[in-house]
Design a protein around this ligand. Structure first.
Ligand SMILES: [Ca+2]
Ligand SMILES: [Ca+2]
Length: 254
């Protein structure tokens, strides 16, 4: 349990590791002074590799509150849940990112097939990658189809976001016959409810495109950016890249 925090807008960040077949669950709550409790993070299964993963959540509190970490045992003794580097700072966790320095507050997903990479220039030796990012000398994020299975996916998450209407703006690049699909979804806290907001299939050309889409949620949500590969046959021919992501709160249509 954290010390009591004053009302306001905060950004909660922590790292967690879950490994072993007998893990129960890790839940994180915002518990208000009046006893009202909401889930801000929930994961109930072993993620399969003993690795550290980041979690970033916007916390909006109308009253004093505490953050509660709850680890639940499974049936046996095989399993560990660990937490590290917890920070609660005032202000919101920004979603905007040009990926020039790092992934900002975006998080890799542990339940998919591989991870997003950061790259610059032609990003290794792929024939199908962009020449440069939009700014000309920065970084972008990408997946390439090299060595991946058919319909392999990589998902990147935004921080947990307050309910509301938003405009998501981003640049995308999709080139090469092995790129299958780009999809933007919104997920609830534990991923049990997923809604698709945007889908784009197959290669679009050797250049960057700009896209703006409307997002709407009645509950707290995360944005999931999913890239999917197609065949492994042409094992070097496909790159899907993203850059300059921004999120604006907007009551109307984008
Ligand atoms: Ca960039
Ligand atoms: Ca991943």
């Amino acid at each position: 349990m954290s010390p009591m925090q004053s009302p306001g807008q905060y950004c909660l960040t922590f790292w967690y590791s879950m490994f072993g077949s007998d893990i129960g669950a890790l839940n994180v709550y915002k518990e208000m002074n009046d006893g009202n409790k909401t889930v801000i993070f929930s994961k109930d299964k072993d993620i399969g590799v003993p690795d550290w993963w980041k979690s970033v959540s916007n916390i909006n509190a109308y009253d004093s509150y505490q953050i509660v970490f709850e680890g639940i045992n499974g049936d046996g003794h095989r399993g560990d849940i660990a937490i590290d580097d917890i920070s609660i700072r005032s202000g919101s966790c920004s979603i905007d990112c040009d990926f020039d320095v790092d992934f900002c507050n975006w998080m890799q997903f542990d339940g998919d097939d591989f991870n997003w990479n950061r790259g610059s220039g032609r990003a290794s030796y792929r024939f199908t990658g962009p020449d440069v990012d939009k700014s000309g000398n920065g970084h972008y994020i990408y997946i390439d189809t090299s060595g991946k299975n058919r319909h392999g996916t990589a998902i990147l998450f935004s921080p947990l976001q307050d309910a509301g209407k938003y405009c998501l703006s981003f640049l995308y690049y999709m080139y090469g016959v092995d790129i299958d699909r780009l999809q933007i979804q919104i997920w609830n806290t534990n991923g049990s409810d997923r809604r698709t907001m945007f889908t784009l299939e197959s290669a679009q050309g050797h250049k960057w495109f700009h896209k703006t889409i409307s997002l709407y949620s009645m509950d707290v949500f995360q944005i999931a950016v999913e890239g999917r590969t197609n065949y492994w046959w042409y094992w070097f021919s496909g790159v899907l890249a993203i850059d300059d992501v921004t999120l604006l709160s907007c009551p109307g249509k984008c």
